[in-house]
Design a protein. Structure first.
Length: 126
Protein backbone atom coordinates (compact mmCIF):
# COMPACT_ATOMS: atom_id res chain seq x y z
CA UNK A 1 0.00 0.00 0.00
CA UNK A 2 1.35 3.44 -0.89
CA UNK A 3 1.63 6.38 1.48
CA UNK A 4 -1.15 8.09 -0.48
CA UNK A 5 -3.45 5.09 0.03
CA UNK A 6 -2.64 5.00 3.74
CA UNK A 7 -3.33 8.74 4.06
CA UNK A 8 -6.72 8.33 2.36
CA UNK A 9 -7.60 5.36 4.56
CA UNK A 10 -6.67 7.33 7.70
CA UNK A 11 -8.65 10.33 6.43
CA UNK A 12 -11.67 8.14 5.71
CA UNK A 13 -11.50 6.56 9.17
CA UNK A 14 -11.13 9.99 10.80
CA UNK A 15 -14.08 11.35 8.81
CA UNK A 16 -16.20 8.34 9.76
CA UNK A 17 -15.36 8.86 13.44
CA UNK A 18 -16.27 12.57 13.18
CA UNK A 19 -19.58 11.53 11.59
CA UNK A 20 -20.30 9.03 14.35
CA UNK A 21 -19.40 11.52 17.08
CA UNK A 22 -21.68 14.17 15.55
CA UNK A 23 -24.55 11.70 15.15
CA UNK A 24 -24.11 10.76 18.82
CA UNK A 25 -24.29 14.45 19.82
CA UNK A 26 -27.60 14.72 17.95
CA UNK A 27 -28.94 11.24 18.69
CA UNK A 28 -31.90 12.35 20.83
CA UNK A 29 -33.13 14.77 18.17
CA UNK A 30 -32.60 12.25 15.37
CA UNK A 31 -34.38 9.53 17.36
CA UNK A 32 -37.33 11.78 18.11
CA UNK A 33 -37.67 12.84 14.46
CA UNK A 34 -37.16 9.35 13.01
CA UNK A 35 -39.48 7.53 15.42
CA UNK A 36 -42.24 10.12 14.96
CA UNK A 37 -41.88 10.07 11.17
CA UNK A 38 -41.88 6.27 11.09
CA UNK A 39 -45.18 6.23 12.98
CA UNK A 40 -46.65 8.64 10.43
CA UNK A 41 -45.24 7.45 7.09
CA UNK A 42 -43.33 4.18 7.57
CA UNK A 43 -39.84 2.94 6.83
CA UNK A 44 -37.32 5.55 5.74
CA UNK A 45 -34.23 7.55 6.61
CA UNK A 46 -33.16 10.95 7.86
CA UNK A 47 -31.32 12.91 5.17
CA UNK A 48 -29.05 15.58 6.68
CA UNK A 49 -27.93 18.45 4.43
CA UNK A 50 -24.28 19.22 5.18
CA UNK A 51 -23.87 21.01 1.83
CA UNK A 52 -26.05 24.09 2.24
CA UNK A 53 -25.11 26.91 4.58
CA UNK A 54 -27.25 26.44 7.73
CA UNK A 55 -29.82 29.17 8.38
CA UNK A 56 -29.86 28.60 12.12
CA UNK A 57 -27.67 26.89 14.68
CA UNK A 58 -27.69 23.43 13.09
CA UNK A 59 -27.94 21.58 9.80
CA UNK A 60 -31.32 21.01 8.12
CA UNK A 61 -32.64 17.46 7.84
CA UNK A 62 -35.79 15.67 6.77
CA UNK A 63 -37.20 12.18 6.96
CA UNK A 64 -37.85 10.48 3.64
CA UNK A 65 -39.98 7.41 3.12
CA UNK A 66 -38.11 4.45 1.65
CA UNK A 67 -39.76 4.86 -1.78
CA UNK A 68 -38.82 8.57 -1.97
CA UNK A 69 -35.09 8.03 -1.52
CA UNK A 70 -33.23 8.35 -4.82
CA UNK A 71 -29.75 7.73 -3.43
CA UNK A 72 -28.33 4.45 -4.70
CA UNK A 73 -26.12 3.15 -1.90
CA UNK A 74 -25.57 -0.48 -0.89
CA UNK A 75 -25.27 0.32 2.81
CA UNK A 76 -28.47 2.35 2.74
CA UNK A 77 -30.36 -0.44 0.96
CA UNK A 78 -29.09 -2.98 3.48
CA UNK A 79 -30.03 -0.77 6.43
CA UNK A 80 -33.51 -0.16 5.02
CA UNK A 81 -33.99 -3.92 4.70
CA UNK A 82 -32.64 -4.82 8.14
CA UNK A 83 -33.19 -2.00 10.64
CA UNK A 84 -35.69 -2.22 13.48
CA UNK A 85 -37.46 1.18 13.77
CA UNK A 86 -38.46 0.42 17.37
CA UNK A 87 -34.74 0.45 18.29
CA UNK A 88 -32.85 2.06 15.38
CA UNK A 89 -32.87 4.90 12.88
CA UNK A 90 -30.99 5.57 9.64
CA UNK A 91 -29.05 8.78 9.02
CA UNK A 92 -27.67 9.79 5.62
CA UNK A 93 -25.18 12.66 5.70
CA UNK A 94 -25.20 14.48 2.34
CA UNK A 95 -21.75 16.04 2.00
CA UNK A 96 -20.05 18.40 -0.46
CA UNK A 97 -18.65 16.83 -3.60
CA UNK A 98 -21.39 14.22 -3.81
CA UNK A 99 -20.02 12.28 -0.83
CA UNK A 100 -22.36 10.62 1.62
CA UNK A 101 -22.15 8.93 4.98
CA UNK A 102 -24.79 6.31 5.76
CA UNK A 103 -25.23 5.17 9.35
CA UNK A 104 -27.64 3.16 11.47
CA UNK A 105 -28.08 4.77 14.87
CA UNK A 106 -29.61 3.29 17.98
CA UNK A 107 -32.33 4.58 20.28
CA UNK A 108 -30.99 6.69 23.15
CA UNK A 109 -30.77 5.01 26.57
CA UNK A 110 -33.63 5.10 29.04
CA UNK A 111 -34.10 8.59 30.44
CA UNK A 112 -32.92 10.33 27.26
CA UNK A 113 -35.81 12.79 27.36
CA UNK A 114 -34.67 14.26 30.67
CA UNK A 115 -31.93 16.44 29.15
CA UNK A 116 -33.55 18.02 26.10
CA UNK A 117 -32.98 21.66 25.15
CA UNK A 118 -35.01 24.08 23.10
CA UNK A 119 -33.56 25.43 19.84
CA UNK A 120 -33.81 29.03 21.05
CA UNK A 121 -33.87 30.75 24.42
CA UNK A 122 -37.14 32.11 25.80
CA UNK A 123 -37.14 35.88 26.16
CA UNK A 124 -39.54 37.84 28.38
CA UNK A 125 -38.97 40.97 26.29
CA UNK A 126 -40.33 41.64 22.84
Amino acid sequence: MTHESLDRADQTMAERQRDLDWIEENRCLFWLAASSAFEEIGYGALMVDLISEPLGQGNPFSYYEEGEIELQDQDLQRYLQDYDPSREFIVVLLKPGGRTGVYCGSRPPIGWMADLETKTRYSESG
